[in-house]
Design a protein around this ligand. Structure first.
Ligand SMILES: [Fe+2]
Length: 262
């Protein structure tokens, strides 16, 4: 019989997280700002995952598991930034794999049963992949989907705040240092018109990057997440900071009708 993960476990793990993150609160203003960015993101993803989980009527243990997954999903971000001064995985490390390694090296999850530990590590490993693996248990896929939805909700919040801020106050790490040129890439247009998420290798400038975030609506798993996208007007806020061209109008028509139809 498996021992269920409890609120006490989650509190102990939060304490480990706080102590770990504290060790990165050094260095210059940029580093401190970016460490805080991911710390705050983690806090809000925990809240998002709990809100969605409660709407799905998960029991207390499942909520504890979901919260733990959210707590650790970006644990690799701190060391990634400290080592490489970037959040771009392709220019540094896969932050999900680094996170799994950090949790393993520090035996952070040792008080939990082995199958629970494995489940947590697998969902973290998958959270930043373009698609989820087919060969997985239903439970693992369920929690991985929950995490991906909660994570996207908060990234939408971060980027929409960011785009609506004055240029000189913006944090470059959020837009991955992409050039702000006036066009959009053909491949990005076709991905979205086909209701597919944008292939990251097609992203060449800031407009493409914003469009990639529009395409996340095609990769949302739960209707309560889509509901939140609607009531928070994330798509409108991204459209407001894109050029008013025919192609972009076409893309929004497709995304909006997809959102309304779900
Ligand atoms: Fe995240």
């Amino acid at each position: 019989m498996l021992r269920n993960i409890t609120k006490k476990d989650v509190n102990d793990l939060k304490e480990w997280f706080d102590n770990y993150v504290y060790t990165f609160k050094t260095g210059d203003k940029n580093q401190r700002e970016n460490i805080a960015l991911k710390e705050e993101h983690t806090r809000r993803v925990r809240k998002e995952i709990l809100d969605i989980g409660k709407e799905l009527e998960l029991d207390e243990h499942a909520l504890c598991l979901a919260e733990t997954i959210a707590l650790f999903h970006d644990i690799g971000r701190f060391e990634q930034y400290a080592r490489y001064q970037t959040f771009v995985d392709s220019r540094s490390v896969d932050h999900a794999l680094l996170g799994v390694k950090i949790l393993e090296d520090n035996t952070v999850l040792r008080s939990l049963d082995k199958p629970v530990q494995d489940l947590i590590l697998r969902t973290i490993r998958y959270h930043n992949r373009a698609t989820l693996p087919r060969e997985e248990t239903e439970t693992c896929l369920f929690f991985a989907k929950l995490l991906r939805d909660a994570d996207k909700l908060d990234i939408w919040r971060v980027v929409t705040d960011h785009y609506h801020q004055e240029k000189d106050k913006r944090n470059d790490a959020i837009e991955y240092g992409l050039p702000d040129t006036p066009v959009i890439s053909e491949e990005v247009y076709y991905d979205l018109m086909n209701k597919k998420i944008v292939d990251i290798t097609h992203v060449r400038n800031l407009n493409d990057f914003k469009l990639l975030q529009i395409g996340w609506v095609f990769d949302i798993n739960f209707s309560s997440t889509l509901q939140r996208v609607k009531t928070r007007h994330y798509l409108d806020m991204i459209r407001d900071v894109l050029p008013k061209t025919k192609k972009i109008k076409d893309i929004f028509a497709v995304a909006q009708s997809f959102l309304n139809g779900r």
